[in-house]
Design a protein around this ligand. Structure first.
Ligand code: NOJ
Length: 586
């Protein structure tokens, strides 16, 4: 994929669960008809790419991540024809679509599994992972992903008279990726959706997919990352500029490996991106590590954790990109933070046991975590959008939707989109008892108060702010591909950094605390405001042609030798922030 085709490096992603977004046929369940009707909204919100959570035929016991047919649309959401109409209309508006590729496992209702369990001689038997007996010592590294909901990764199947392996729920048997037939099926599935015009796949559970499933000899892959490399080659062959956007929640030292590298160096060992050449595995990785540390920074009201995570993240090869998010559609997983950091996050944002899940996560949306404070919510997203990578929102973030802790588990954050103050939040015309999930009603986050219609006409609303932010982010390719440099400031509550590329340089400064403060930065040119209301003024004039030395011989270390616009003081209100552009080359 050539440089010009790397659209994802500078795109805003927006995750949609079709069943909870908009109901077009009034049966209480969201569908493609409803989603297509809302494309004008998405266009005006300024997002570039929609990530559709699974919409395939499914018993729907894990929000569609239990797929029983990879080639269709679940009846509840419409037909394949409705999908094609949607994809075409999205394309007409310049909005790309990526779809979830859930091939670590299938539903136990998938015909492959049914045949596999019923007939030991079936060609599908070896599509899954079997054992005659339970292992004597359960593998501590390969325990259930949802502790408390599953006790074991092995379940007994009466018909098969054997145990099958499942890292997730017992109704999601793991596919045996070591079987070449399974890998061929995966290629066929990708080929199908690429023909229908998708711009790529969100690869579910990429880490577990290439794991040595069950620790068995028969499932050991000689070259685990070769599976991902092969998928990438296939997508490039068939998909023009389509991408793989992966859920790879791995330890920092392994994380970079999912990008791959054309020079043979592994990102985990390389010092710089240049040593890696082009990435040859996943184009984009969901940045779970950044999420956890960012939330810790918000909890501590200090910038330290952001500096820490930028050091922890591996270098990206050319064309490798992070998808940065604050909340996704699962629990907010803080399991990779040091123990005391986890406790700080829980105390600050999930003080009640009921707000926590799996011992590692929070089942709340961001707005209630931040007490609905509009300044702090904007601060959090401004910071997110300014960090190296590309941003990802989940539907409803843009209006500050809340959650419903009365709903079980992760469902708390999966309530229907709040379109208006009308019945059922304008999500559906069905009886409220028919809705796929209840809408959040009453109180600070109820649809009567928080909804698209109310915010659309209000220039000061969060929705309008996000529309501006999304467009602004598109104008700042430095953030997508540039080098990030953290700037020194006196106040530990302030995070200041600069993103520099051939395009120019963006400097951003954020105050994570609720007390006003200031930060003084040396700049190489007069700043132009891009975002935020912080006042700024020059407090030391330029040196009259002699660059201010900061160790690199350049003012603010920007690489612009000789350029100096003196020092500038930024007055930051509570949770104040500011982005400026200093010297644009094109
Ligand atoms: C990751 C998805 O994000 C999650 O919602 C799902 O339960 C698991 N994969 C299993 O597919």
């Amino acid at each position: 994929m050539g440089t010009k085709d790397r659209w994802y490096e500078n795109a805003t992603f927006y995750a949609i669960d079709v069943e909870a977004f908009a109901d077009g046929d009034g049966d209480g369940v969201g569908d493609f008809e409803g989603l297509t009707d809302r494309l004008d909204y998405l266009e005006s919100l300024g997002i570039d790419c929609v990530w559709l959570l699974p919409f395939y035929p499914s018993p729907n016991r894990d929000n569609g991540y239990d797929v029983m047919d990879y080639y269709g649309v679940d009846d509840r959401h419409g037909t394949l024809g409705d999908f094609v109409e949607f994809a075409r209309e999205a394309d007409r508006r310049g909005i790309r679509v990526i779809v979830d590729l859930v091939v670590n496992h299938t539903s136990d209702q998938h015909p492959w599994f049914r045949k596999a369990r019923e007939d030991p001689d079936s060609e599908y038997r070896d599509y899954y992972v079997w054992r005659e007996d339970l292992p004597e010592d359960p593998d501590p590294v390969r325990g259930p992903v949802f502790p408390g909901e599953e006790d074991s990764v092995w379940s007994y199947d009466e018909a098969a008279e054997a145990f099958y392996y499942h890292r997730f729920y017992h109704f999601q048997p793991d596919l045996n990726i070591a079987n070449p037939e399974v890998r061929e099926e995966i290629r066929k599935i990708m080929g199908f959706w690429l023909e229908l015009g998708v711009s790529g796949f969100r690869v579910d559970a990429a880490t577990l997919m290439i794991d040595n499933k069950g620790g068995l000899e028969s499932t050991r892959l000689d070259d685990p990352h070769g599976v991902l490399r092969d998928m990438r080659h296939f997508v490039e062959r068939r998909g023009d500029d389509a991408i793989l956007f992966a859920e790879a929640d791995d330890a920092p030292e392994h994380l970079g490996d999912y990008f791959g590298s054309t020079t043979g160096r592994q990102p985990s060992n390389a010092e710089t991106a240049a040593e890696l050449g082009e990435g040859d595995e996943m184009n984009v990785l969901l940045n779970f590590l950044l999420d956890a540390y960012l939330v810790l920074a918000l909890a501590e009201r200090e910038a330290g954790p952001i500096r820490d995570v930028l050091d922890l993240l591996p270098p990206r090869p050319e064309g490798g990109q992070w998808a940065n998010f604050l909340r996704n559609y699962d629990e907010l997983n803080v399991g990779r933070l040091p123990e005391d950091g986890q406790q700080k996050v829980f105390e600050a944002f999930a003080p009640d046991e009921d707000m926590r899940i799996y011992g590692r996560g929070i089942r709340r949306r961001l707005a209630p975590m931040l007490d609905g404070d509009p300044d702090r919510i904007r601060l959090a997203y401004s910071l997110l959008y300014s960090l190296p990578g590309t941003p990802l929102l989940v539907y409803g973030d843009e209006i500050g939707m809340g959650d419903d802790l009365d709903l079980p588990g992760r469902t708390a954050v999966r309530t229907p989109m709040q379109w208006s103050g009308e019945r059922n939040a304008g999500f559906s015309t069905a009886d409220s008892g028919e809705l796929v999930r209840p809408v959040v009603s009453g109180g600070e986050y109820g649809y009567e108060t928080v909804n698209v219609a109310a915010q659309r006409g209000d220039p000061d609303s969060l929705l309008q702010w996000f529309s501006r932010l999304n467009r602004l982010r598109g104008e700042c390719p430095e953030i997508g591909t540039g080098d990030c440099e953290v700037l020194d400031v006196d106040d530990p509550a302030v995070f200041a950094h600069r993103m520099v590329s051939d395009h120019g340089r963006v400097v951003a400064v954020h105050n994570l605390d609720d007390r006003p403060t200031e930060a003084t930065l040396d700049l190489v040119a007069e700043p132009d405001r891009l975002l935020g209301e912080a006042a700024f003024e020059q407090v030391r004039p330029d040196s009259g042609g002699t660059a201010v030395a900061d160790g690199n011989g350049d003012a603010d270390g920007s690489g612009a030798a000789g350029a100096d616009a003196g020092a500038w003081r930024f007055e930051l209100d509570r949770y104040g922030f500011c982005w400026v552009r200093v010297e644009q080359h094109v």
